[in-house]
Each structure stands twice: as C-alpha cells, then as structure tokens.
Design a protein around this ligand. Structure first.
Ligand code: HEC
Length: 92
C-alpha cells in the first residue's frame, strides 16, 4: 500500500483550492482565501478537526464548505500533519 504524506493529501483532496499553509510553502491561488492553516494545531485538537472536516460539527454556526470525499485513513494522516505544524515548526 502506498504511504501518503499529509502534505500530499492536502493537495490531493484540494484543500489547497481554498487554504494556504504558508509555513510549508503551500499557497492557494484563491483570491478570497480561507484561513491559513499553518498554526491550526494551536486552536483545535485532532478529534475536533476530524469531525469538522466530516461536517459533524459547526464552527461559528457554519459547517465546513467542502464535502469530504476521501478515505478516513487519509484524513487521519492529513489532520495529524496539520496539527503537528503548530507554531511554525517546520516538518518535512
Ligand atoms: C471550497 C473552499 C474550501 C476547501 C476546498 C477547503 N476549505 Fe477548509 N475552510 C473553508 C472555509 C470558508 C472555512 C471557514 C472560514 C475560514 O477559515 O476562512 C474553512 C475552515 C477550515 C478550518 C478551520 C479554520 C478555523 O480556524 O476556523 C480547517 C481546519 C479547514 N478548513 C481545513 C480544511 C482541509 C483539511 C481541507 C481539505 C480536506 C479544506 N479545509 C478544504 C473553505 C474550504
């Protein structure tokens, strides 16, 4: 089985359509971009982020606009990676 990295999953699942992760050199082309996710791990924990991406919870009264169509296993890797980026620590 192919082992994917969080960074690759981020582009594969099109998160980059709306979000930058500037600490990792990832830039969205969207003009009115959603939040930069470089330090998302400082605001939310793993469990919260997973249910947010699966649209089982709301933030500020809204659900996440993207309907997640990927695998659960990819979501785990993706969110682990995102949460690990806290405070601009550079992770390759
Ligand atoms: C169609 C555009 C779009 C796509 C694609 C998208 N998002 Fe979002 N995302 C948003 C918007 C809009 C918000 C809420 C407002 C904001 O953060 O600007 C948001 C919020 C978030 C938040 C919470 C930010 C916060 O602090 O409140 C996280 C985490 C997040 N998205 C992760 C992802 C991940 C991971 C992917 C890929 C699986 C993804 N997003 C794909 C538009 C998008």
């Amino acid at each position: 089985m192919e082992i994917k990295e969080g960074k690759n999953i981020f582009s594969e699942l099109k998160c980059v359509r709306c979000h930058s992760v500037s600490s990792q050199g990832i830039k969205t082309k969207k003009e009115k971009a959603a939040k930069d996710l470089s330090e998302i791990g400082n605001s939310y924990n793993l469990t919260n982020l997973k249910i947010w991406i699966k649209r089982e919870t709301k933030i500020n009264g809204k659900k996440h606009p993207l309907v997640y169509k990927g695998e659960d296993s990819d979501l785990d890797v993706l969110i682990d990676w995102l949460v690990g980026l806290k405070s601009n620590v550079k992770i390759k």
